[in-house]
Design a protein around this ligand. Structure first.
Ligand code: FES
Length: 389
């Protein structure tokens, strides 16, 4: 049997093999649940950022969205306790013979509860004032028992010089900041990577918000200092930039440039070599997120492959006038450039990639039609909700 009101999903047995199975009717995505011997049918599009609910998992009576773990009751579609106001549309289910049928129209509506936006989601506006420089120390150390760090020492010289120029400064030591590594949401779908970062929105103990606040909302100049570790920048540097993928991703999926009129410069030091490769990665990454570079955008120091005598290395940096002068000149160039960029204010706000606009990407890549997604938050404007884990 089939009628305009009921649509054939297929053999009943197919939907009994897993507690949750994705399905579709036309372009509408569904999540068919089979929990405790009962079927349920929910919209397969998450309220949060359009995640594929049907590809999630079931915990108890709740389906868990695979992107950021919002939970919905497997039959009523209502959010987990405390978030019942968030509900997915539900559909009627009936079995006829060995076939499973679903109602052509939902029998309950999508509802969204109130969610305050994360503070980082506010409009990005350059508040008037002096040039601002954030120094980011990426070297790792036991903060209770600190050691002399050549990259930190030159960072200190640079920042003191900036203060003398009348620049506002802020220092972030990643070694003292508790923040999680990127969870790789982007690798599930570009749309699962959100601004503000999904981890930042879900975990108030994660302090990557300090970096986001400084580099996106506050600084004109971003000065990153790193040691060379086995021919690369420090592991903390990589942990930070992986989390900054959400800044670059806004350009890809939402045609939105978060960082405008900003200048990046770098200090790179190491007992052994590979300066140019480290600088190349840093220039590449900060260029990708929209930063500009002054002429000669980094200073660096290394004594080469055979320099294993760290004590001597420290002495060289401690007493090098050339490196100190270089750090000061680096700041001068960056501050001049930042002022120039602010005075002209010509940086674009958007950049189309591949000729397609962001909302087209959302529709096509998630596989959702316009009617289904209307009313959902745009991916660049997702809302806070801390699931009970
Ligand atoms: S939890 Fe479903 S899209 Fe974020």
């Amino acid at each position: 049997m089939s009628s305009p009101e009921w649509l054939d999903l297929g053999p009943v047995e197919r939907f009994k093999t897993s507690p949750i199975t994705p399905a579709s009717i036309g372009t509408t995505k569904l999540a068919i649940t089979y929990v405790s011997g009962e079927f349920g049918a929910l919209s397969g599009v998450c309220n949060h950022a359009g995640g594929p609910v049907g590809e999630g998992r079931v915990e108890g009576e709740y389906v868990v969205c695979p992107w950021h773990q919002w939970r919905y009751h497997c039959r009523t579609g209502k959010g987990e306790p405390g978030f019942e106001a968030d509900a997915l549309p539900t559909y009627d289910i009936r079995i006829d013979g060995d076939r499973l049928f679903v109602s052509a129209e939902p029998v309950s509506k999508r509802m969204r509860g109130p969610h305050p936006p994360h503070p980082l989601a506010r409009k990005i506006e350059r508040v008037p004032g002096n040039i601002r420089l954030v120094g980011i120390s990426t070297t790792n150390m036991d903060v209770m028992n600190p050691r002399y760090s050549t990259s930190d020492a030159l960072l200190d010289v640079a920042m003191r010089h900036a203060v003398g120029l009348g620049v506002e400064t802020k220092l972030i030591r990643l070694a003292a900041l508790n923040f999680r590594p990127c969870a790789g949401y982007y690798s599930k779908s570009a749309h699962a990577c959100t601004w503000p970062c999904s981890i930042t929105q879900m975990d108030s103990t994660d302090r990557m918000d300090v970096v986001y606040e400084a580099v996106v909302h506050w600084a004109d100049v971003i000065l990153v200092a790193t040691p060379i570790r086995w021919g690369n920048a420090s592991s903390l540097y990589y942990r930070m930039v992986e989390r900054m993928n959400c800044i670059q991703n806004q350009i890809t999926i939402a045609n939105r440039i978060l960082m405008r009129n900003k200048v990046s410069i770098f200090i790179i030091t190491g007992g052994q070599d590979n300066i140019q490769a480290v600088a190349g990665q840093m220039l590449g990454f900060f260029g990708e997120i929209g930063c500009n570079f002054p002429q000669f955008p980094y200073i660096a120091h290394s004594r080469g492959w055979t320099a294993e005598d760290m004590e001597r290395n420290i002495e060289v940096v401690k007493h090098s006038r050339e490196l100190r002068d270089g750090a000061r000149a680096l700041v001068n160039r960056a501050v001049d450039m930042a002022q120039l960029l602010l005075d002209h204010e010509e940086a674009p706000h958007t950049m189309e990639r591949g000729g397609r606009k962001a909302h087209h990407l959302v529709m096509e890549d998630i596989g959702v039609d316009a009617g289904e997604i209307s009313g959902l938050p745009m991916v660049n404007d997702v809302l806070m909700r801390t699931p009970s884990v």
